[in-house]
Design a protein around this ligand. Structure first.
Ligand code: KG4
Ligand code: ZN
Length: 354
């Protein structure tokens, strides 16, 4: 049996996992930094990288122990090398390089977003392809055309904030806490999603890019109009604002999926990334799949938010194909592996006739 160790430190989670060559997850440990960043209502890059330095040795030891293997059983190491926060990426990248040199095993650099797509295959095995995958997270909002685990075409991306960032910013404005998505989701339950108006973004060049920054500005206006309404953190105005905001974001996310479904012969729908934990988005995607008679695949919470099992899974695939990276591999703030993605080959241009 071969085992690949995965490392993920692109943002504020220190994660180490072990996946075997049958794609079974033997360990999947995530140490989050909520407490460190909570006072700032957002991730502070300097604190994130320093906390990774502190945490990675024991997260690594815990993962190897949980897998019940010795270090000599490791066949390879895979690590996120972008996109993400530079200081954070460098911690995982250098730890992985040290391990590769120390153990004399191959080393693979993995694209974080490709990892979120891989998480869907790790959880569900065979998925009917081609399909549409919506990957929504704190740092990215991408709609992909997926022809295979390695063959992704980017159809739509955000031109400003990501959807997760928008949730986090609303939470900050209302003083709810960090990370905000889960809190906004919880407060929305049973609240009135029609009380506050959030119009859908209209992008003047007619492109189908996502755009979430306008929702944040609209929320701020609602708060400024009547600040005294929003003092009680779980009062009806706060809950209704959360519900109205969530409804608008989910509608915007789904709108592009509906357009893509009209234009692409998809055989499945997929949803991943941290925001895939959102109740309304999960039910929206499931209903859309039912309406179009397509199987819909969602990642469970542990594989939706950042984790290293998804990185190790890609590592297993690379190990099987024997495509190691050089130890000189660099970290990238933006998505480096898009160069590996297929261009919009054979896929209708979503912006045509929009
Ligand atoms: O994938 P992830 O763990 O990290 C990044 O790669 O960014 O995603 C984290 C994001 C945060 O913005 C968080 O607020 C959001 O996912 N999130 C949610 C929910 N749970 C986490 N957003 C909306 N509803 C949720 N239930
Ligand atoms: Zn992520």
């Amino acid at each position: 049996m071969a085992y690949v160790l995965g490392i993920e430190t692109s943002c504020d989670d220190t994660a180490v996992a072990v996946v075997d060559d049958r794609m079974r997850v033997c360990a999947n440990i995530v140490s989050s930094q909520f407490e460190e960043h909570a006072p700032y209502f957002g991730v502070v890059p300097e604190i994130a990288s320093r906390t990774h330095v502190k945490n990675i040795p024991h997260v690594f030891r815990a993962a190897v122990e949980r897998a019940g293997i010795g270090l000599d059983a490791l066949s390879a190491v895979a690590v996120t090398h972008g996109p993400g926060l530079m200081g954070s990426l460098l911690v995982g990248l250098n730890f992985a390089k040290g391990l590769a040199v120390g153990r004399g095993i191959p080393f693979f650099g993995v694209n974080h977003i490709q990892g979120h797509v891989a998480a869907l295959f790790l959880e569900h095995g065979a998925i009917e392809l081609p399909g549409l995958a919506l990957i929504v997270s704190g740092g990215h909002t991408h709609l992909f055309w997926v022809e295979g685990g390695r063959s992704l075409s980017l159809l739509v991306k955000t031109r400003d904030d990501s959807a997760g960032e928008a949730f986090d910013k609303l939470s900050k404005m209302l003083g709810l806490g960090f990370p905000g998505g889960a809190l906004v989701d919880r407060l929305s339950k049973g609240a009135d999603p029609r009380r506050y108006d959030f119009s859908q973004p209209k992008i003047s060049d007619g492109s189908l890019d996502y755009s979430f920054s306008g929702f944040k500005t609209a929320a701020l206006r609602h708060i400024e109009r009547c600040p005294e309404d929003f003092v009680v953190p779980d009062g009806a105005p706060v809950r209704d604002l959360c519900a109205s905001f969530q409804r608008a974001i989910v509608a915007h996310l789904m709108d592009r999926v509906v357009i893509a479904l009209r234009k692409c012969p998809a055989r499945s729908l997929m949803l991943g990334g941290g925001v895939a934990c959102n109740r309304e988005l999960r039910s929206g995607m499931t209903e859309l799949g039912l309406k179009h008679r397509l199987p819909t695949y969602l990642t469970s919470p542990i594989l939706s938010t950042d984790n290293a099992a998804m990185i190790a899974m890609i590592g297993v695939d690379r190990w099987r194909r024997n495509t190691p990276d050089s130890l000189a591999l660099d970290a990238h703030i933006t998505a480096p592996a898009y160069r590996d993605y297929r261009p919009l080959h054979g896929i209708p241009n979503l912006n045509e006739g929009a």
